[in-house]
Design a protein around this ligand. Structure first.
Ligand code: G3D
Ligand code: MG
Length: 175
C-alpha cells in the first residue's frame, strides 16, 4: 500500500545564493542563466517516493517548496512565510563568506517560528571551486552545527551536484 503526505519546506538564505536555481534544478531538471527573479512567493511541488522500513510500505512525500522573490533581504522574511514548515533548506554561496556567516542567522530565524522542525544546509555554486576547498567549508559547517542541522552538502544548481540528495534527505527525515 502507498500513502502520500505533504510537507512544507522553506528556502532561506541571502540574496543571489542560488535558492531559486536549486528548486529549478530539482523540480524542472534544468538550470537557467537568465535572470530568475520571481514575484512574491512561489510554491513548487515535487513528490519523492520513500521506502518506509518501519511501516514496511512506500510513502510518497509531496514537497511543497516555498521560495521568496528575488530581491529579498534577510529582514523581509515574515512569520507567514515560515509558519507550518516542516523543514528548511538554508543556502549560502560557497564563494561568498558573508553568505556563509549568515547561515546561523537564517537557521535561528526559522527555528524561532518552527522549533520542532529541522534544517539542511546547502553550500551552493560549488562548481566554481575545487573539491578540497569545498570539503574544507563543509567540514567547518558540520563542526559548528547545532543538532537541528541534519545534513550539509556542497551543491551546484548548475551541474546538479548533490541537489537531489538535499530533497531526498529532507523527505526521508520528515517521514
Ligand atoms: P536566489 O534565488 O538565491 O536569489 P538565484 O539566487 O537562483 O536567482 O541565482 C542567483 C545567480 O546565481 C544566478 O545568476 C544564477 O544563475 C547563479 N547560480 C545559481 N546557482 C548556481 C550554481 O550552482 N553555480 C553557478 N555557477 N551559478 C549559480 P544571474 O547571473 O542570473 O544573477
Ligand atoms: Mg530567488
Amino acid at each position: 500500500m502507498t500513502s502520500t503526505i505533504s510537507k512544507k519546506i522553506c528556502m532561506l538564505g541571502d540574496f543571489s545564493v542560488g535558492k531559486t536555481s536549486l528548486i529549478r534544478r530539482f523540480v524542472d531538471r534544468q538550470f537557467s542563466d537568465q535572470y530568475l527573479s520571481t514575484v512574491g512567493v512561489k510554491i513548487s511541488r515535487k513528490t519523492v517516493e520513500c521506502q518506509s522500513f518501519e511501516q514496511q510500505k512506500q510513502v510518497n512525500v509531496q514537497l511543497l517548496i516555498w521560495d521568496l522573490e528575488g530581491n529579498t533581504k534577510f529582514k523581509a522574511v515574515t512569520p507567514t512565510y515560515l509558519q507550518g514548515a516542516s523543514s528548511a533548506v538554508v543556502v549560502a554561496d560557497i564563494n561568498r563568506q558573508v553568505t556563509i556567516d549568515h547561515v546561523s542567522d537564517h537557521i535561528q530565524c526559522f527555528l524561532s517560528v518552527n522549533p520542532k522542525s529541522f534544517v539542511i544546509v546547502a553550500l551552493n555554486k560549488s562548481d566554481l571551486i575545487d573539491e578540497e576547498t569545498r570539503n574544507k567549508y563543509l567540514a567547518c559547517i558540520v563542526m559548528n552545527a547545532p543538532d537541528k542541522i541534519v545534513a550539509a552538502y556542497s551543491t551546484s544548481a548548475k551541474t546538479g551536484l548533490f541537489v537531489d540528495e538535499i530533497f531526498q534527505k529532507l523527505a526521508y527525515q520528515m517521514l
